[in-house]
Design a protein around this ligand. Structure first.
Ligand code: FAD
Ligand code: NAP
Ligand code: SF4
Length: 702
């Protein structure tokens, strides 16, 4: 076994005195939705058991409220009675049977509660909930502390190895810490000693109640990323105090939920915030405080975690979404199979976006996440010969799942590389992670024994001649033709011309269509990725500057006005529908894309009618000072008013997509069993989440 030497820091055990964690990897708390219903407990047990089997050192559950005032939403998962604790035994016993350890997160959301019973230090509504919290009386505060203590005792009764007290991300405890949300003038507000009293009392009394041999993690906000956030001396004072009050481990939180700085999206550089944990750890160590410190945010591969720990930034790393993407993350690292890890690409599309839509969480690259009991990949009862046409996300998921089940699979693609549209997505600044999915599938093709045929545009005759038992068409999409008169002009390009064939684009560009691809195109061109400007997502200093993240020692909350690089070119992003751009983008990432375009002064035009395209001349009544430019003649609204010529160097068409399924009819005519997945099945609202899910589910059933 060579792997342990590849990640010696990551895989080293951690002795906590009364118990030992087998490695330095924590699966951080994630709200999956499984917490919020009794009926989900068997699924939740299967979910955590699979991850325990995968070798992770310690897991933290999604948040459970200690009482109804702490609910994230009405009837959110709560641990407040012995009856509830008994139900949790299903989870703890399943985890322990796999040799794992698990702590329950106690989450009181305070004013972030999306429910009318929410409470807070002061009656100040948060920007992310429509409910104004009730200001707690002193007795009310005591009741909240007692609820934390009861919840921790019940967690112990339920068999958990510990609890995590959620003190960061702008939740209840965090709301007491800063004057932004705490305007009290009693012993729970005013001076910092008063504001941090709640955190310290909760830790002290929980420790008293659970005894010394129970893991107590306190999640501390290191950099609030909001104006009037905690100062660095305050963070240190709190860290000292909760350590002294009985915290076994300090986990670190980055940014309040209401912060306008992205903290976990794919455009955030890997391990972007571990330097802040390092500051804390160094300060504590210099005072002889040895409480282990966990760092987190955008650590998604073992080598990243190893580097962070080897540098001394932290004692442990917390990865959350990477465990949705791959339950076996740690075992694969341990066994020298890190190249087989299904990497979390930080898209949020099937996890956080689902949570915000009140749907069960899953994972774009691993549709089995949170569906372990229902989407089971079994060895096929009879071995079939199956052709998969198209090696985009849908075809890759189908082919490798089929081969894993024992079928003989031939995978064809007309391109020279696997990946389909992901080969374009990965070129967009901030989407570099998409390349990891292609690395994962390349390796999985090798491991499962799929026969890969690249550079082969297969015809129906070829497929019929090979007498496959089943043919899966995963041929994807073709760009929609927007039928704008004059669009055959050489200065009009498609997104494929720009992203894949790298055709040159001028200094002023109009993008037709503001869907997901139009937004990506605007970022790509405004950043000047094609001109050689590197993405801030792979340059931490540039990214921090762009979003205004600074050392929290220099500024309260660690955030100032951002200083983005100037745009590489002038970009206009056009859509036909009236109103705001980006309404179809992800709930948790749309605002980031909009902010990124604003930083680059991208001009957003809506309600546009595309009348015609032509050379900039008299007939288009365009400005004469722009020789060589092409004119896009537009009008606005239903009345086709305010005619205007947009004189630009290049027009890029991103007007959506249509399914490509030319092989279906001839195959059906030849009596072949044909299945359509991904874009070939339906192009409207297609994304990789649907493509991979459909491919995996079909393959699990064939
Ligand atoms: P495709 O990826 O289109 O793959 C189809 C494959 O079939 C191609 O490789 C093609 O060469 C091959 N093929 C077609 N006909 C034949 C034939 N006759 N013989 C052999 N091979 C053939 N989705 C997201 O979820 N999140 C994102 O952030 C995101 N960003 C994107 C950014 C960009 C710039 C682009 C272009 C797309 C993005 N997408 C994103 C969309 C996502 O990539 C697609 O939804 C997904 O790729 C669809 O998968 P698919 O397998 O159905 O089809
Ligand atoms: P899309 O999101 O459906 O957007 C197509 C755009 O073209 C829309 O702005 C649409 O709005 C416009 N349009 C439609 N018909 C048109 C016509 N006849 N003439 C001119 N404009 C027209 O599709 P996409 O941008 O091609 O993206 C493809 C898929 O990839 C999407 O479904 C998306 O989910 C996925 N994707 C996702 C992400 C992500 O970050 N999650 C990123 C990229 C791609 P108007 O009609 O208002 O102009
Ligand atoms: Fe990661 Fe995207 Fe999966 Fe969420 S959905 S776990 S962000 S890959």
């Amino acid at each position: 076994m060579t792997a342990p030497t590849a990640y010696p820091h990551l895989l080293a055990p951690l002795d906590l005195g009364f118990t030992t964690l087998k490695n330095r990897v924590v699966m951080g708390s994630m709200h999956t939705g499984l917490e919020d219903g009794r009926k989900h407990f068997p699924r939740m047990a299967a979910f955590y058991a699979e991850r325990a089997r995968g070798g992770v050192g310690l897991m933290v559950t999604g948040g459970f409220a200690p009482n109804i005032e702490g609910w994230a939403k009405p009837f959110a998962g709560t641990l407040a009675t012995s009856g509830a604790a008994r139900r949790h035994k299903l989870v703890t016993e399943a985890v322990h049977a796999e040799g794992g350890k698990i702590a329950l997160q106690i989450l009181h959301t305070g004013r972030y509660g999306y429910q009318p019973l929410c409470v807070a230090p002061s009656r100040i509504q948060s920007p992310i909930s429509p409910f104004t919290p009730r200001e707690l009386s002193v007795r009310g505060i005591e009741r909240q502390i007692a609820a934390f203590v009861r919840c921790a005792k019940l967690a112990r009764e339920a068999g958990y190895d510990g609890v995590e007290v959620m003190g960061s991300e702008g939740y209840f405890i965090n709301q007491f810490l800063v004057t932004h949300t705490n305007k009290r003038d009693d012993e729970w507000g005013g001076s910092y000693a008063n504001r941090m009293r709640l955190a310290v009392e909760i830790v002290r009394r929980v420790r008293e109640a659970v005894g010394p041999d129970f893991i107590l993690i306190y999640r501390i906000s290191l950099i609030d990323l909001i104006p009037d956030g905690s100062s660095w001396p305050e963070v240190l004072e709190l860290a000292r105090a909760v350590s002294a009050a009985g915290a076994t481990i300090l986990n670190t939180g980055i940014g309040w939920h209401e912060a306008r700085v992205p903290t976990i999206a794919t455009s955030v550089p890997r391990a972007a915030f571990t330097w802040v944990t390092r500051k804390l750890r160094d300060a504590l160590r210099s005072e002889g405080i040895n409480t282990p410190v966990i760092t987190s945010n955008r650590i998604n591969m073992p080598e990243v975690g190893e580097e962070v720990l080897a540098r001394g930034d932290a004692d442990m790393v917390s990865l959350a979404r990477p465990f949705l993407a791959d339950a076996e993350f740690v075992n694969k690292a341990l066994q020298g199979r890190a190249d087989e890890i299904n990497t979390c690409i930080a898209c949020n599309q099937a996890c956080l976006d689902h949570t915000f839509a009140n749907k069960l969480c899953s994972c774009l690259v691993n549709p089995r996440a949170c569906h372990e009991t229902e989407l089971v990949i079994r060895i096929a009862p009879a071995r079939k010969r199956i052709a998969v046409v198209g090696a985009g996300p849908a075809g890759l998921a189908a082919a490798t799942t089929l081969a894993e089940r024992g079928h003989t699979v031939s995978l064809f693609d007309s391109a020279e590389h696997i990946g389909g549209q992901f080969n374009m997505a990965k070129r967009v600044p901030g989407k570099e992670e998409f390349d990891e999915t292609l690395r994962y599938f390349s390796r999985r093709i090798e491991v499962t024994g799929v026969k890969l045929h690249l550079g082969q545009r297969v015809s129906a005759e070829q497929l019929v001649a090979h007498k496959f038992d089943d043919v899966i068409l995963a041929t994807g999409v073709t760009p929609r033709d927007p039928k704008i008169p004059g669009q055959d002009h050489p200065q009009v390009l498609s997104y494929i011309d720009v992203l894949l064939h790298k055709k040159p684009v001028g200094r002023k560009v109009a993008i037709v269509g503001a869907g997901g691809i139009g937004f990506d195109m605007a970022e790509y061109l405004a950043h000047g990725t094609d001109l050689g400007y590197h993405s801030p997502s792979v340059d931490l200093a540039a990214w921090l500057r762009e979003w205004g993240v600074v050392d929290p020692e220099s500024t309260r909350g660690g955030v100032v006005r951002g200083q983005p690089e100037p745009a590489a070119r002038e970009v206009l992003l056009l859509q036909r529908k009236p109103g705001k751009h980006g309404s179809t983008l992800g709930k948790t990432t749309g605002w980031i894309h909009r902010a990124a375009l604003k930083m680059k002064n991208v001009e957003l035009l809506s309600g546009v009618n595309y009348e015609r395209i032509g050379s900039v001349d008299e007939s288009l009544r365009a400005p004469t000072e722009a020789p060589g430019r092409i004119g896009l003649f537009v009008t606005y609204g239903e009345g086709r008013k305010d005619g205007q010529v947009l004189a630009v160097d290049t027009i890029v068409l991103c007007a959506g997509q249509e399914p490509l399924r030319e092989l279906q009819a001839p195959l059906l005519a030849a009596g072949i069993k044909v299945h359509l997945i991904g874009g070939a099945h339906e192009a409207g609202e297609l994304d990789a989440k649907r493509a991979i899910n459909q491919g995996t589910r079909l393959a699990a059933a064939l």
